[in-house]
Structure formats: structure tokens, C-alpha cells
Design a protein around this ligand. Sequence first.
Ligand SMILES: Cc1cc2nc3c(=O)[nH]c(=O)nc-3n(C[C@H](O)[C@H](O)[C@H](O)COP(=O)(O)OP(=O)(O)OC[C@H]3O[C@@H](n4cnc5c(N)ncnc54)[C@H](O)[C@@H]3O)c2cc1C
Ligand code: SF4
Length: 523
Amino acid sequence: MASTPSRPILIPVLGDQLTPTIASIRDRAKDDTVILMMEVWDEATYVRHHKQKIALIFSAMRHFAAELRDAGWKVDYVELNDPDNSGSFTGELFRAVERHDPRAVHVVEAGEWRVQQAIFEWPDKFDMPVEILPDDRFICSIAEFRDWAEGRDHLTMEYFYREMRRKTGLLMDGEKPAGGKWNYDAQNRKPPAGDMVPPERPLFEADAITRQVIALVADKFGDHFGTLEKFRWPVNREEAEKAADAFFAERLGRFGPYQDAMVHDEDQLYHSLLSTSLNCGLLDPLDLCRRAEQAYRDGDAPLNSVEGFIRQIIGWREYIRGFYWTMMPGLQTANALDATRPLPEFYWTGETDMRCLADCVRSTRDNAHAHHIQRLMVLGNFALLAGLRPEEVQDWYLVVYADAYEWVELPNVSAMILYADGGKLATKPYAASGNYINKMSDYCGQCTYSPNKKTGEGACPFNPLYWHFMARHRDKLESNHRIGRIYATWDRMGEAKQHEYLESAEAFLATLEPATSGWAREE
Ligand SMILES: Cc1cc2nc3c(=O)[nH]c(=O)nc-3n(C[C@H](O)[C@H](O)[C@H](O)COP(=O)(O)OP(=O)(O)OC[C@H]3O[C@@H](n4cnc5c(N)ncnc54)[C@H](O)[C@@H]3O)c2cc1C
Ligand code: SF4
């Protein structure tokens, strides 16, 4: 077909690109552009996502389409139930090309490797110019991260974070970090306090769009993991801003000190719960960090909390994304510790006597969320110590959290909790015995197991598992200067005690029921 000036530019906007200023849209003329949004079966089911995760993304997409239309854009929106829906991005692009006869496609790079590979094929498939634009909602581009990582053995987040502080000017007093230190983590490790009454998170009532989507999810994905009853996520920009306002007003001050604390049945504590909105594009990371800094400059929040929050976003979040694109695709199959044990069924059912794990799975099922230290030091620590197979653990984390996209889930799981990358990300495995969980939570008091008992009947399983892990990976870990001295303690124990630990761990591991198949992926 001959090119005419009236042929529009077609702009596919993916489910995590819900930002009106995204690179593909911001400089376009409205009368020369068609925005294409697609609810497709392949994306909703390539793993069997938590019901709340699907409901959140579809509802946020539908709200974003309405926002764009109100602003005068032409939006072509394909719903999941459209009888002609082909089920894939590429299939839907084919149909949209037939409908609109565009002169070119402009798309922002995908967040996930898998989708990006499909986009790379579009120029050949469609025989028209396909411009792939960088996702500049991130502060650090993929190329910039690769340059920073080049030639380094360990990609220490702290050094990357300092670069990002300098680049953004956040919490900088000239060349110096505010308060004289880059990192105030030492003040941020308080166990839960008895008088702690964290404020309720703002709950957003479902409007007509969300109710419709929830009905769709219940109908089509009713057998996926998780419940829909507590669905209260922000689904549009206005709600996401309200959630951020509530965090800055009510929780930021205590965010730092209690960042690592865990309390039974208290699912949010002082965490922001903003990851779902950040990751699909309803909130801007830099804007949130500037607001946090302003709270410190105005004397409304202490530096340790503000620095901690900013570090999570311009440090960890940016670093994790750069790490993902630098390490893919090998990260998906990395297994440096040769872990082969199947994921236990209790990760799906929550049926375990280990009270900490049962509570984390419950929150995950009810909220499609668990806070960082639950993901890292309870669920993740267990997966590491028990030697669970990385691919199964990766699938679990990708399925169960409403904020889970592979770019952020995979490095956290493979490299941070499982040490499957062999230590590029973490300088040592995040391995801990029951003592850590006992110190940082109120879980243990009413647990069937005792954190103070080291082996045998009634001993907290984390205790023998910790030593079992250390002993079985001695060849790989002993030379690590951050962990090597543990082996002096192990050697001093003597053979009889060592044997008790190993036997106790083996006995516990033998009780684990492997998950029945089909929870994470279609059989
Ligand atoms: C094993 C494991 C898996 C994880 N999977 C995901 C995931 O799929 N999606 C996701 O967004 N986060 C993931 N995280 C990081 C973190 O746990 C969540 O971002 C956080 O719990 C979200 O809740 P929040 O918004 O209340 O966070 P807050 O505690 O309030 O932190 C503020 C923000 O910092 C960012 N952040 C903090 N830590 C990290 C991190 N390690 N990586 C990336 N961003 C971070 C998030 O954007 C978060 O919203 C994972 C962590 C672990 C240990
Ligand atoms: S005793 Fe062990 S298993 Fe029980 S809650 Fe404490 S850490 Fe978890």
C-alpha cells in the first residue's frame, strides 16, 4: 500500500507502560497517532499469575485508556473477551495494522526479555519501520548500567547507588551526601516495638471498571493462585497519588527504623506499598524520591528513613533492572549452588507448622503482596537453605506478587535470595538461622517450633537447615571472606554436634511434600 501523509503512527502501549509522558507518546501529534492497547491471553497465562495481579493490570490499563481518550488521543483497545482477539501481542499488532494501515510503529522497549525478543521480530514481520524507544522512566539506562558493570567482579549496589545520588542530586549537599553519610542502614534495623500501631493502608473501593475486570478474572482465571476479596490496589494515577500522599504523611517517618521488622497479621507495617503503581507506570520514581527528600528538608521525616526509601528506589530498583538486562538470558537458568529440591506444596497452601512461613504465604495469597523482609529473610531464606530449584522458586515469585515483572523479580530471586548467579549481586548468601527471624519478628513466640532449640524434635527447622546449607556448600563458600569464618565455628563444634545438625536437617527435609504440578504453569 502506498504511503500517504494521512497514515498514522501506531503506538502499542504495554500493560506496564501506563505513563502519559512515556517516550513513544509524549512528542506525538494526536491527530496523527493511534494508541493500541491489548489484553492478551498469552501474557495473562504464560505463568498463572495471582488473580489480583491480572485484575490490577487489566483495570489499570482500562483506566489509562480512558485517561488518554479524555485527553484527546485515539485509543484502540482490545479486550480479552473480544471474540477475534488472537491472544498475543504480535497477533494483535497484525490485526491493528490491518485496521489502521499505519506508516510506522513506535514502541517503548519492553520491561521483559521475552517480550523484547518478540518486538525485535516486528520489523521483519510487518515490513514497515518499527522504532523501539528507550524506557526513560528509569533513571539509569541499560547502556549506562552496562558501562558501570563492565570489568567489575562484584556489582556492589552501594557504589552504583552513590553514582545515582550524584546523577540525580538527591540528598546531596554539594559534592557531599546529606548528613555526611551515604547510607543510614545501621539505624534501620529495629525489631518490632510493642507499642507499634501502623496506620491502615488506604483502601481503594472498586469502581465500575474494576468490578467488571474482577468479574472477568473470577470467570477466566478462577483457578489461579490467590484471592480477589481484598483487592484494593490503586488502579489509576489519582489513586496512586493518594496512596503516595498517605505514605508520606503517615508512614515515611517510621519506614526506616522498622523496614526489617515483621509482625504476625500486620501485612504492611510502614512500607509504602507503592511498587505496584511504580512498576506499571502510575507513579514516577524520581518524583517520589524528590517528595521524600522534601520531607527531610522540611523537617517532616528523619534522614535515616528518607535515605532508606530513596536508596530502595534509585539504588535497588534501578540496580536490579540494570542487573537483569546485563545478565539475561543466562540469569533464567543460573544455578551456581546446584539446587535441585522441588518447591514444597506449602508455598501455595500455607499449610506448614512454621508460623513465619505460614503467615508470609497467607499475606501473599490475600494481598498479592508480602513486604521485602518477608520475601527475603523468611520465604527466600527457606528456599536458599532447603536448596529449592531456582526455576521453581522464580516461577513462584513471578506468579504470586502483584508487583512482579520478570525484570525485577528474577534478579531478586535468582541472585539475591538463591545466590544462583554465584555471587555477582550479593557478596554472600542471605542465609540466616531462626535466631534472625526471632529477633526481627513476633512469629516465634507462638510457633510449634522453638528458635532456641538447635536440633531434634521441636527445633526451629531454620537452625539445622542453616548448618546443613553451610556444610554442603563449604567448597564454594569457605574462601568468601564475609562468610569463611563461620567454618571455624562449625569445626569447633566437633563431629557429634555436626552430625546432629545434619541428621536433624535431613529428617526435616524428608518431610517436605513437593508441590503438585500446575500451580505456576499450565500442565
Ligand atoms: C525474593 C524477592 C522478590 C522480589 N520481587 C519483586 C517483584 O517482583 N517486584 C518488585 O517490585 N519488587 C520485588 N522485590 C523487592 C521488594 O520486596 C518489593 O519491591 C517491595 O516489597 C514492594 O513493597 P513496597 O512498595 O511496600 O516497598 P517498600 O518497602 O516501601 O520500598 C519502596 C520501593 O523500593 C523499591 N524496592 C525496594 N527493594 C527493592 C528491590 N530489592 N528490588 C527492586 N525494587 C525494590 C520498590 O519499588 C518499592 O516500592 C522482591 C524482593 C525479594 C527479596
Ligand atoms: S521458630 Fe522457626 S519456624 Fe517458627 S516462627 Fe520462628 S523462625 Fe519460623
